[in-house]
Ligand binder design. Structure first.
Ligand SMILES: [Zn+2]
Length: 405
């Protein structure tokens, strides 16, 4: 059988450790075999970033990359520093994995995606899916739910897979017309999360174009994934609170915790690698494959802690992440995750005032710098407060799991 990327994703979630391990080793084998080419390719893009930054008189590549959205470099450094100082919940999650999966020889990278608790695979009709998305978003208020309903009823969405249709899911908007959403709906719970994610983008577009002139009628990427992940967080909360039984609740908590690993901690770890590898070249060092693997492996070990074994394959994992060619892009996954987690927890705690601020955020489009838009919504990304709030939330999710065990 040929190991494809899609199959790899599936194998990594297998309860059979042998399947996870062998697919992990097999996928990384060609990356190790081509390490010289991959390192020189990455080194070339880093050098091109340095050239551009210096040609424009920026003190560093990080300054140059963040300036377009007027984000202070301190936000980036602060994010990494605060997270590094608070890897406790991540390592606690790892110990929980070790215990539940009975991993007596320690935790490896191929143990991080296996489900801890399984849930009956249900099939949801499209009608049920739209209903669940609306129920999940109820905390955002009546107007938001009505706009969602309008989107479902007025056929903004191309729902089902079809001959020749592209894969995945997207939302796209043009000023003056309602947004369009593409899906390949298949009736899984995962598809419902995809739907609420894409509708988060769609409604962000819809609120923006109805409240802003055309020049401000879209939004920067730094904000885009906030609106979509906020919807996911709300749906998650709704489903956890209304789980039918203990098993279902545990499975949902498991999925939520995996998100903290993959979209928060792991992306910050990636962001740190990206920054430190640029810094090495800026100081005159060469990015050899060994130097890159050593750097990546050391950061991975720091975040995941002593119970975790970093394999040679894990050290070379950086070389299969295409985002490292996007010039300081990955940190935005974690900032979006942090910002939406903070916004959602404020809506849950404060209700109406926080909800109003959230809707204002959706209506802001590009009329202010992203940092200012978030600040008005109640999230100051230049402080460590939202990051600490996110980390605390992970801790309380872990408490919930341990209470149920
Ligand atoms: Zn998205």
């Amino acid at each position: 059988m040929r190991l494809t990327n899609a199959l790899y994703g599936k194998f990594q979630q297998s309860p059979d450790r042998r399947v996870r391990k062998e697919s992990y080793l097999a996928l990384h084998k060609p990356y190790l075999a081509h390490k010289n080419m991959l390192a020189s390719s990455y080194s070339a893009i880093v050098k091109s970033h340095i050239f551009s930054a210096r040609a424009r008189n920026y003190p560093s590549t990080l300054h140059a990359a963040l300036d377009a959205n007027n984000i202070p470099v301190e936000v980036y450094h602060n994010l990494i520093k605060t997270t590094r100082e608070n890897t406790g919940p991540l390592q606690r999650y790892l110990r929980l994995r070790k215990k539940i999966l009975n991993l007596t020889d320690g935790v490896f990278d191929y143990d991080l995606r296996a489900p801890l608790f399984s849930m009956e695979q249900k099939h949801y009709s499209w009608q049920q899916a739209t209903q669940m998305v609306m129920e999940g978003a109820r905390l955002l208020g009546e107007d938001y739910v009505q706009q969602l309903k309008q989107g479902f009823e007025k056929r903004w969405i191309d729902v089902y897979e079809n001959k020749g249709k592209r894969s995945g899911a997207y939302s796209s908007g043009t000023y003056g017309v309602h947004p369009y959403v593409l899906m390949n709906y298949n009736g899984t719970l995962n598809d419902i999360f995809t739907l609420t994610h894409e509708m988060g983008h769609a409604l962000h577009t819809w609120y923006t174009i109805n409240n802003q002139p055309i020049v401000y009628g879209d939004y920067p990427i730094f904000l885009a994934e906030v609106a979509s992940t906020a919807n996911e967080a709300l749906l998650e909360k709704h489903l956890i609170d209304n789980a039918a039984d203990k098993q279902e609740k545990l499975a949902l908590l498991n999925t939520t915790l995996d998100g903290f690993n993959s979209t928060f901690y792991r992306q910050i770890l990636f962001a740190e690698f990206e920054w430190r590898s640029h810094e090495l070249v800026e100081k005159g060092e060469a990015l050899t494959p060994d130097r890159l693997n050593e750097l990546f492996g050391a950061i991975y070990q720091d975040y995941y802690g002593g119970e975790f074994t970093v394999l040679d394959e894990t050290k070379a994992l950086w070389s299969r992440v295409p985002h490292f060619y996007y010039n300081y892009y990955v940190f935005q996954y974690s900032t979006s995750f942090v910002a939406s987690a903070a916004l959602v927890s404020k809506i849950i705690e404060e209700g109406q005032p926080a909800r109003e601020r959230y809707l204002d955020f959706l209506k802001s489009g590009r009329s202010r710098y992203a940092m200012d838009t978030l600040k008005r919504a109640g999230v100051d990304m230049s402080s460590s407060e939202p990051v600490l709030r996110t980390i605390k939330r992970m801790g309380s999710l872990l408490d919930q799991v341990e209470e149920l065990l």
